[in-house]
Design a protein around this ligand. Structure first.
Ligand SMILES: *Cc1c(COP(=O)(O)O)cnc(C)c1O
Length: 403
């Protein structure tokens, strides 16, 4: 097993992102297979006892056990690391495993975390419930208010955590400015980059220390497998992440890694096509609703900031029905093609009602504080023809009394 001829790290890091998504990290066995091989094996064997000892000592390169690493998983990790501009990638079983590992691996009792208040529901649970349970204090702030980050910082602050654009509000946090503050506070910044995808935004280049993904979303992109990824420096991996990762067992299955490798090959095409469709839908919806949010719209309050750190506005469109939950439900039930689901980044367009599903675990007042209202629809724009998507949404809005 070795990296494909001519694709060592030096060569692949010079490739353009589109090439990396197709080829980076590929390893071929002596059979010369074209497609990446799926290594469904829990453990590995050694030619001699000495070789086993050497691998366990770290003196010899090679695989030992798939809880640590596996060739198929390693291909995905290397592909994503090169694309992100990170030294190391570690694949996890789910996105939440990546979020949890990226935090717990570097924190201990007595430490303090400052986090954006607008987070994916389970990430908010980590802040509000899990970390405090282990003596790690957390403060959540309005991520758009730079003074709030500063004011929340203490001597014990070790981590800044945020997502941008935020789920589901599309609130934008200024990655560079917040990373600068983290640096001067001696804290590390972790960015959940799920909504932007590695195609549209590169947090490490803007000063973040660690980037995390749910690869369940755009990376698979076809609604099949759960997965996550943590991208970081070699130093962070050696000191914090790898010991946590190997001993707590949050590894990704080789099968899921193999599916994700296939997803990566079309990631750039899919994300750009979904952005095209999202821009079109946002424009169309703006004719009938005032509340449409997408960073490409001139009405989007944080448009300049969004487009200074993302190459495009992304694949999610948010809008609000003034009639609240009842009108939102009438709209969703009237959709003929678009699915009602809670996933996102799928090739199929999906409508979600965050109030009653993904963010229901948050107290009502917390939801309202985040700007999540009973009438809000989170729309993940798929790869269908843009007219079919727009027509379905417009006819369902009409049924709900909006035209
Ligand atoms: C989906 C999601 C997660 C969690 O990922 P899973 O793969 O569902 O565990 C975390 N953050 C964001 C922004 C997400 O959209």
């Amino acid at each position: 097993m070795r990296y494909q001829k001519g694709t060592d790290r030096k060569v692949t890091s010079n490739w353009a992102p589109k090439t990396q998504m197709v080829r980076a990290g590929s390893m071929r066995s002596d059979f010369g297979e074209m497609g990446e091989a799926l290594f469904m094996t829990s453990a590995f064997t050694y030619p001699t006892a000495e070789e086993a000892e050497a691998r366990f000592d770290g003196r010899a390169e090679g695989f030992t056990y798939s809880r640590q690493t596996n060739p198929t998983v390693a291909m995905l990790e290397e592909r994503m690391a090169l694309l992100e501009g990170a030294e190391i990638g570690r694949a996890t079983g789910t996105g939440m495993a990546a979020m949890t590992a990226s935090l717990l691996c570097q924190l201990r009792a007595g430490d303090h975390v400052v986090a954006a208040r607008a987070l994916f529901g389970s990430c908010r649970w980590l802040m509000d419930e899990l970390l405090p349970r282990y003596g790690i204090e957390t403060t959540v702030v309005d991520a758009t208010d730079l003074n709030a980050w500063q004011a929340a910082t203490r001597d014990t602050t070790k981590v800044f955590f945020l997502e941008t654009p935020a789920n589901p509000t599309l609130e934008i946090a200024d990655i560079r400015a917040i990373a600068d503050m983290a640096k001067s506070a001696g804290a590390r910044m972790v960015v959940d980059n799920v909504f932007a995808t590695p195609v549209l935004q590169k947090p490490l280049a803007l000063g973040a220390d660690v980037v995390t993904y749910s690869t369940t979303k755009h990376i698979d992109g076809q609604g099949r497998c759960l997965g996550g990824m943590i991208l970081c420096s070699k130093e962070f991996d050696e000191e914090f992440l790898y010991p946590y990762y190997r001993h707590t067992g949050c590894a990704m299955s080789p099968f899921n890694a193999w599916v994700m490798l296939k997803g990566m090959e079309t990631l750039d095409l899919r994300v750009n096509a979904m952005c095209d469709n999202a821009e079109y839908l946002a424009e169309k919806l703006s004719d009938v609703l005032d509340s449409v949010r997408h960073p490409s719209l001139s009405s989007f309050a944080q448009r300049d900031l969004a487009l200074s750190q993302m190459t495009r506005g992304g694949t999610m469109v948010i809008f609000e029905l003034p009639g609240g939950r009842d009108q939102a439900f009438t709209f969703m039930n009237a959709l003929e093609m678009v699915d009602i689901s809670n996933n996102l980044g799928d090739s199929r367009s999906i409508a979600t009602h965050p109030w009653s599903t993904t963010h229901k675990a948050l107290a009502e007042e917390s939801r309202l504080e985040l700007g999540i209202t009973p009438g809000m629809i989170r729309f993940s724009v798929g790869l269908e023809d843009r007219e079919d998507i727009a027509n379905d949404v417009l006819q369902a809005l009409k049924t709900a009394g909006i035209s």
